[in-house]
Each structure stands twice: as C-alpha cells, then as structure tokens.
Design a protein around this ligand. Sequence first.
Ligand code: NDP
Length: 491
Amino acid sequence: MGKKTDTSVRDLLFGDTWEYAPAPQSSDFVDIDDYYGHFIGGEFVESEASFQTINPATEEPITEVGEADEEMVDRAVRAARSAYDNHWSKLDGKERAKYIYRIARMIKEKARDLAVVESIDGGKPIRESRDIDIPLASAHFFYYAGWADKLDYAFPGADVQSLGVAGQIIPWNFPLLMAAWKIAPALATGNTVVIKPAETTPLTAMMLAEIIDEAGLPPGVVNIVNGAGATGAAIVEHDDVDKIAFTGSTAVGKHIQRSVAGTDKKLTLELGGKGANIIFDDASIDQAVEGIVDGIFFNQGHVCCAGSRLLVQENIEDEVLKKLEHRMSSLVVGDPLDKNTDVGAINSREQLERIKELVGAGEAEGAEKFQPGCSIPETGYFFEPTVFTDVTQSHQIAQEEIFGPVLSVLTFRTPDEAIEKANNTAYGLACGVWSDKGSKLFRVAGALKSGVVWGNTYNQFDPGSPFGGYKESGFGREGGAHGLLPYLEVR
Ligand code: NDP
C-alpha cells in the first residue's frame, strides 16, 4: 500500500492457503417467465413498451419486463384508491395482520427461489441473498404484522389515521428487502400501495406479486409497476397519491422533494451515505478488520450505509492496513451463485462505469490505490476490491458516494479529530466506532451526526431497529415503531 509496514505484525490466517472447489447453487428449479408486466388491481397486466433485465454476472438478458407509462401508473393508483376506500381502510388491524403474516410465511417458504433469482438479477452473492436479504425481508413482514392491531399502543393517547395511497420507489441494491421495508409498514398502518422496483432488478418484486396474489390480499391493496425513472416520476407526480417513500440517490431524492413541494403529500427520503468506520488504537484489531471488510465489501459496496471511509488512529495505521491487505487477498470475487463468493457482480454496466470513473478521480487526485490481485471473471460486470490510502478530506473519493467495493482511508490522532472528520460530509446515514472503552465509544457515537452508529460491529440490521439519515442522507425512519409514523396521521 505504499506505506512502511511493521514487520513485527503477525499475519492472520484467513484461509488464504485454501483453494476452494466450486460450490455452485443450482438454479434449475427456478422458473423465470419470458415476460413480466405489472401487478395492478390483483391482475397481472402487460404493457406495450418493455425492456430487458440483464444478468450482470454474464451480461446475458434474463427476460423481458413491461414499462409502465403514465396511463398505467394512473390505473395502478386508481386500483389502490378503490381498495383503500372500499376495503383496506375499513378492515380491523388484526385482520390486516393476518394477510401480512401470511406474506411473511410465504416468503419463508419460497426463500430459496427468491434468493437465487435475487442473485441472478442483481449480482449479489448467494450467501448474502440467502442468509441476509430474504430472511430480513420476511422478518420485516412478520414484525409489522405484529404492529397492525397495536397502533393505539404505539402512540398512546393519540388518534391515528392511515394516509391513503402510498407511492413507493425503491433501488436495485436490496430489491426484495427494500420492497419489504416499504410495503410492510404501509399495509400494517392501513394504507394501500403503488410501488416501483428499480429497472435493473424487477424480478423478485414480481415474485412477491405472485406471493401477494396467492396470499389472497384484496385486489388493489398492493400494486407493482415496472419501469425506469419516468415511471417513478409519474407516481411522484400523481395527484391522488398521499405519500411518497423513496430510497435511492440524493440527486433523485432532491428532485422528488422539489416536485412534491407545495402539495400535501407526505414524504420520506432514504438517500446516499459516506459512512465513517472509526478504529481507535484500543480496539480489537482483528475484529475491526473483519468489520472494515464487511462494512465496504458487503453487497459489492452497493450499500447506502457502507463504511466507505475508514478513519483509523494514526499509530495503528500500519498494522490495520497490513492486516486488511492480507484479509483482502483471501476475498473470492466472482460467480454470485457460488456459495464461496464474497464479492459478486456490480449491478449494471452503468454502475461499473461510475465506479471506474470515481476510482480514476482518486488516482488523479494523488491517492494511492491498492488491489489484492484477486482473479476476476472475464465476462460480467466485476470490480476488484480496492483500497485508497493517502486520501485527504477534500478528495472526491472522500466526499462522494462511490457505491462500489472501494474504501478510502484517512487517519486521525484524537477522538475529537475523528468526530470532526467523520461529520465532515454532506451525508449522515451510518457510522461504526471500534474501541475497547465503552465510555469513549458512547461519547464518540453521541457526537456523530449519523442516523445509525454501530459499536464494535457493522452492517447489523433488524426490523425492530429504526434506520434513516440526517443531512443529505434524507429524512424519516424505516424500521421499528418509528417506521409506522411516516404512514400515519397522528392527532
Ligand atoms: P436512482 O436514485 O436513480 O434510482 C433509485 C430509484 O428511483 C429507481 O427505482 C429509479 O428507477 C427511480 N428513479 C430514477 N429517477 C427518478 C425520478 N426522476 N423520479 C422518480 N423515481 C426515479 O439511483 P441510480 O440507480 O441511478 O444510482 C445512482 C447512484 O445513486 C448510485 O451510484 C449510488 O451512489 C446512489 N444510490 C443510492 C442508493 C441508496 O440506497 N442510498 C440506492 C441506489 C443508488 P430506475 O432504476 O428504473 O431508473
């Protein structure tokens, strides 16, 4: 890494002397149709325009997907309004809970199919879609099923009312999980939904449509429309939508905020991040190295709360970097369907180009690049795990969200300097603090302008725990009892 390394630092044996045999997850049992349209009013409908969804690990088209225009979006909103007025808003909380609970159960039953399709469509390692995305998606439905008949207890003494039709727009990094984060609290609070999955990852949302259909949810309570940005904009701009929930880039979030200004639409935005993972010299270094790797290389770094800035105390920089470099050399990059893969495919060619562009900016600004030399498949959108040292606060790679497996390393000397540097960003979504001293950890965590702060761990998620940002990372919370509020009028 161009740093003077301390040769007394003991190597960690992370299994890098092992050769892994291929361990492919079979996908033969998964049925992917030749075409997916939209799910509106309880029916699967087609549209004239369509686009292809691509397997990012092979660059091969998987299937054709319908593209909803304004008329189709209007049809979905009308179906949602009718379901809200005539049925869903009048249903008892405990009856709503039964449907939500059934969806949770069915996601569990179809977990393996969903995990395989998630990895084929999005490029994430099967280990992650199987063990994290799909179980958490199901857990969100279970969790919010539990709230549906307890809203009066969530806000004691207040009168709580559902809002009506919720328009929801989700990104491609956790496709089914983001759908669950949005749909489960909306249903629990008595709202109906029109949701748009991201253009590059529509498939598990359509499998969810099949689950919702099979679960017997009344027609129109959940409507799913596919398409690109224009379809999302049509939802945002529709007059009969009462609430918008968006997860995605800060640029599009700002655009949405401008377009709902002056209307009575409620809005929650979950946007980008540039999370700082702060390692103090009294931390357990070996554990912290695992946390650094998980913080930035989980899901190829396509994580809004990724620990994409490593802030390491200056006196342990050499030791941490040496161990990190060693650990990175054991990362398996490649086929998302191989159970040994740590880092899968970048979600799209467009995202790969953006990562390359920002890595180029890091090099041009004088930061030093390290890549471990992992073998990478020749076809598919792959990017080697990368670490930049000699990064300064003003570098583009220290300020902008790269949304890829690229870590920027900065150093600090005192806790106050760490806090100052961690907060010196337009974002405020997530941070990690590693220290053996509880008092230091809590003091630093309390001073960070960040929606989530993990202590001696990173990227831990639970449906009972609220998630959301400060500053340009957005506003509103998802998860926990806090996640009910954006879908309710509380008087
Ligand atoms: P976007 O913000 O463009 O996409 C998020 C969702 O919004 C998608 O469903 C997208 O549709 C939709 N959308 C796009 N334009 C509009 C619009 N004008 N009105 C309503 N909805 C719209 O993210 P990108 O996919 O372009 O990724 C770009 C960058 O954003 C990434 O490099 C990353 O830095 C950041 N990002 C952050 C995420 C987060 O969780 N914080 C998630 C995704 C991206 P479609 O995909 O079909 O175009």
